[in-house]
Design a binder for this molecule. Structure first.
Ligand SMILES: [Zn+2]
Ligand SMILES: [Zn+2]
Length: 317
């Protein structure tokens, strides 16, 4: 079950720090730890639980909607939250957006369905094509900006329809660093927060993997035997991710520096989140809470239907 070749961490000689086992011991440089696979799984779930508890992300009796793309991060989050929900007394459902990108989106959905069946979690699929939307270049917008804006707008309305009090996204330690750093380099001082409180008709947004290096999510998936959708999105470009290599190099030179850097940035930068900068008001067209009027979805739908020539400026985030 624990194939060495498929894991993104090294197995090493020595003993598990927790139980003393000597087989398949994994070296987690980020935490200066050596753990056997069963202890790793408990360690991972304990860290997610600590994030939930320390930031008061979810309360007993609530329902959490997990934004499930099907990649390693979101399926690790789904599965860990499913197990923690049983112990902590919250309910879980998954929310997947079919992004209207042909076979790619169909294959993506198939894996997501397998993941939800395995985790025994209710799945809500939202097809953006049914709303007249698709992910492609729009005047002034990169396709990734369209995708991000559509997802951001839909998280809230769909989670509300599902009866959820919170949406959990699988932002990882690297995502947090990348965002904060890109801003810092253009002299904007913002760091995403682990929790965005519910306000202005928006549900609470939580990031339980805020302190989790992404390769450890993959280790969790592999050890639990979870199916992962590994295809790159057709609009993916290396450019947007190049800065991540800087962090990886830094981590090689100084183990655990990514985590320390994120903690330091969070301490010194203002505690604001990009999503909370503008108060939400109801869109005059669809009535959903939005930060612009008409809301992003209404403006993009107009653009795709050819009724209006200007989709406006991309959301700055
Ligand atoms: Zn152990
Ligand atoms: Zn609208």
């Amino acid at each position: 079950m624990y194939g060495r070749e498929s894991l993104p961490v090294h197995t090493v000689e020595g003993r598990c720090r927790i139980c003393g086992a000597r087989t398949h011991v994994l070296r987690l440089t980020e935490f200066n730890l050596k753990l056997c696979p069963p202890c790793y799984l408990r360690f991972f779930e304990r860290r997610v639980r600590r994030a939930l508890e320390n930031h008061d992300m979810v309360r007993e009796g609530e329902k959490v909607a997990v934004a499930l793309s099907g990649g390693k991060d979101s399926v690790a989050l789904l599965y860990a939250l499913k197990r923690l929900g049983v112990v902590m007394g919250f309910d879980l459902a998954a929310l997947h957006f079919h992004l209207n990108m042909g076979d790619f989106s169909d294959r993506n959905l198939q894996v997501v369905e397998e993941q939800c069946a395995l985790a025994q979690v209710e799945l809500r699929v939202v097809r953006i094509g049914d709303m007249g939307l698709r992910v492609q270049r729009v005047k002034g917008w990169h396709p990734c900006a369209v995708c991000g804006a559509v997802k951001r707008a839909l998280f809230n309305r769909e989670a509300t329809r599902m009866g959820a009090q919170a949406v959990a996204t699988a932002h990882t330690l690297e995502d947090i660093l990348l965002f904060a750093f890109k801003n810092l380099l253009s002299r904007k001082y913002l760091v995403p927060q682990p929790v965005l409180p519910p306000e202005n008709g928006l549900v609470r947004k939580i990031k339980p993997l805020y302190y989790m290096p992404e390769r450890l999510n993959l280790v969790y998936c592999r050890l639990r035997g979870l199916p992962v959708f590994e295809e790159k999105c057709p609009t993916w470009s290396p450019h947007g991710h190049a800065l991540k290599e800087v962090f990886e190099h830094m981590e090689k030179v100084i183990p655990s520096s990514k985590l320390q850097l994120a903690l330091s940035l969070k301490e010194v930068l203002p505690s604001r989140d990009p999503d909370s900068l503008v108060p939400a008001k109801p869109c005059s067209r669809c009535g959903e809470p939005a930060t612009q009027d008409p809301c992003t979805l209404c403006r993009l739908a107009d653009w795709f239907s050819g009724r209006q020539g200007d989709p406006g400026a991309p959301y700055e985030g």
